[in-house]
Design a binder for this molecule. Sequence first.
Ligand SMILES: [Zn+2]
Length: 369
Amino acid sequence: MQIQADYYDGKSARRAAATMTIVGRVVVVSRDGFSSEYAIDAVRVQSRLRGAPRRVDFPDGSAAITDDHAAIEAAFGVASAQTLAHRLESHLGFVFTAIIGVVVAMVLGYMYGVPWVAREVAERLPDGIESQLAEVSMKSLDQAFFEPTALDSDTRKKIADGFDTLRASTDLPKTVRLEFRDGGWIGANALALPGGVVVVTDQLVEAMPGVDETLAVLAHELGHVRHRHSLRHLLQDSITALAASAIYGDVASLTSIAVTAPTVLAHNGYSRDFEREADAFAFDLLKKIGRSPKAFASAMTSLEKAHEEQPRDPNKLRRKIGLPDKEPAAEKPKERKRPQGEKSDFSYLSTHPATSERIRAAEQAAGAP
Ligand SMILES: [Zn+2]
């Protein structure tokens, strides 16, 4: 059987008149005195589209186009009634591509959709709800981790005044406030709760060489407040849990929001984007009030040092939950190690890695005008 067609070599736009001859299971394409042979199974015939000529693709990238539908269907066994959709469905490669497409859409939805919704909700949430959330969060953190501060009032006043100066240089409302706490088991840390409550632990203040460094960390926390990171973070987790409970009908994941809220807040496992955003905010703010972002670099370095030197007291948490001490707390503090099997580390550094990248960024910001 012979079929007349226009032939394209797949490399140029040049058209050549060609003849396709089907010999057994082989297609021979002859044009310009050349001829090529292809196994019939390797040749792809386009579905018939109304009024359009038919395209035949060869494995080397070349193609032939013909109007001779009857001959094509006789030669390649393509039913004339075959629809494009049917052809797509029956094509395994297309099915796989579609599945991958759906998975990619779901992953993108999770990565970008959930944070987007969380940001939109966070920005529309009435202030009253947010400040209520702040009080609840503060209360549960006090119950779970914190003790009253033991810092002397002079130190507290210096830091509180500095915090007020920082806050006054932003567009943040006066309701944004600073709380001092003994960090207890979580040690040196600073966190921003939804509703604009910033908490700094005694251990963090003590680990800093001076007030400037503490304020640099607080400027970073104000960045989290300004961008409502903790609320967005909490909402992202809640939306994910809500979605999971909707899909699996799992009420347990809903109650887990309430249970994990204090942990999420304390741990503040923000994304790198949130951290970068808060860092940039802090550098700008420090410069605005005539301080150097270098203090932030120095704060990170000091935290790293303190983290290496100070073993934490594992018994504080044990006492809180009514367990006897594992070992005498006061006797041999130098030899005390982290309790075995304990994986979570709530220190500031575990959630705010003092990467060389961040330290460099602070030094660069200090150098820039
Ligand atoms: Zn942070």
